[in-house]
Design a protein around this ligand. Structure first.
Ligand code: NAD
Length: 318
């Protein structure tokens, strides 16, 4: 089955996820959707010192939003902030230093942030594809800790604050790669079989899509969406997938093209006219399963994922 899924997905990717796929889709965009003034609205963006996250932060700052960038490395975060401020002339850009793979840090940050600041839109963008099985200082597999557990803790910890504001939204930057995976709750720490970074990453991205659906059904006051940015030329693709990057370089999207649907979901009025919980690509809700891929999970498997994440999260709650 995985050979079938990978083959169908690659053909789809070559048509849709590339720069030409973006240009074809963009012909149907409504440009006025992003003619918005975001002053007074607060956007938290994880992993915003580079790539899609930084391009998103720039677009939001350009429209007057209050931008909170959540990054691991202080120097890189400050440099990104300076660039965003310089280009947008918007001084309302704030840096927060958090390692999203360390559950305790994510908890502490979310709790202290919600005591002092408001958040209207949370953008879960930070992500990684670590190709060897590596453990965090808390003993968790690093891809899972960053992509799934970090996203889970930050989102659930901010839900009470999101419920206090007007038009709250959560956008999670997943990946079309998740289409190759069926949810697997039996090996969240990747202890069984051979470790393959791309598959582990895609499994985490599937988990993000399921979390988005679950959160949408549990918290009706908040608009949740997950999305695929397409294949964009970013540091993550250059370092984690060097041979894919070398082969595809001329066909990859720019970072701004990758960020377009994130910005649209975070800022456009049209986005919240769509139901909550869907998966987007190029400003359109798209299927979360390939045809005949047998990748659907049962409600019991999804409940098991949520219960496991809750258990991990509570273990590290300060
Ligand atoms: N570029 C693509 O083609 C593509 C395709 C599908 C999905 N994505 C997703 O887009 C998102 C952004 O990736 P990108 O391609 O812009 O790459 P990127 O490397 O530029 O961005 C990833 C960001 O996440 C940050 N990050 C990683 N681990 C972190 C941690 N532990 N704590 C805090 N921050 C951390 C990085 O520092 C970086 O700023 C990711 O979630 C990625 O999975 C990208």
């Amino acid at each position: 089955m995985s050979v079938y899924r990978n083959a169908v997905w690659l053909v789809k990717g070559l048509q849709e996820y590339t720069k030409s796929g973006y240009e074809a889709a963009a012909k149907h965009f409504v440009p006025a959707d992003l003619d918005v003034n975001l002053s007074g609205r607060s956007f938290m963006i994880t992993g915003a010192n580079s790539g899609i996250g930084k391009a998103t932060a720039q677009e939001i700052a350009n429209r007057g939003g209050i931008v909170h960038i959540v990054c691991r490395n202080k120097d890189r975060a400050e440099a990104a902030k300076d660039e965003i401020v310089e280009r947008s002339k918007n001084q309302n850009v704030h840096v927060h230093i958090v390692d999203m793979s360390i559950a305790r840090q994510v908890w502490e940050f979310a709790q202290s942030f919600s005591q002092t600041d408001a958040v209207h839109v949370l953008i879960n963008n930070a992500g990684c594809m670590v190709n060897q099985r590596e453990l965090t200082e808390e003993g968790l597999e690093k891809n899972f800790a960053t992509n799934t557990l970090g996203t889970y803790i930050l989102t659930t910890a901010l839900i009470p604050a999101l419920k206090k504001v007007q038009d709250p939204r959560v956008v999670t930057v997943s990946s079309g790669g998740m289409l190759t995976q069926k949810l697997n709750v039996d090996d969240l720490q990747c202890e069984k079989g051979t470790f393959e970074g791309t598959a582990v990453y895609a499994q985490n991205k599937r988990q993000q899509v399921i979390l988005t659906e679950r959160w949408a059904s549990q918290h009706k006051e908040i608009h949740f969406s997950s999305m695929h940015p397409g294949w964009a030329d970013t540091p993550a693709v250059q370092t984690s997938m060097p041979s894919f990057h070398a082969k595809m370089q001329s066909k990859l999207r720019t970072e701004a093209m990758g960020a377009d649907t994130v910005v649209w979901l975070a800022a456009a009025a049209a986005a919240v006219k769509q139901p909550s919980g869907l998966f987007f690509q190029d400003r359109k809700a798209v299927a979360t399963h390939l045809p005949l891929a047998s990748s659907r999970s049962t409600p019991q498997e999804e409940e098991k994922l949520l219960a496991a994440l809750e258990e991990f999260a509570l273990k590290f709650k300060p």
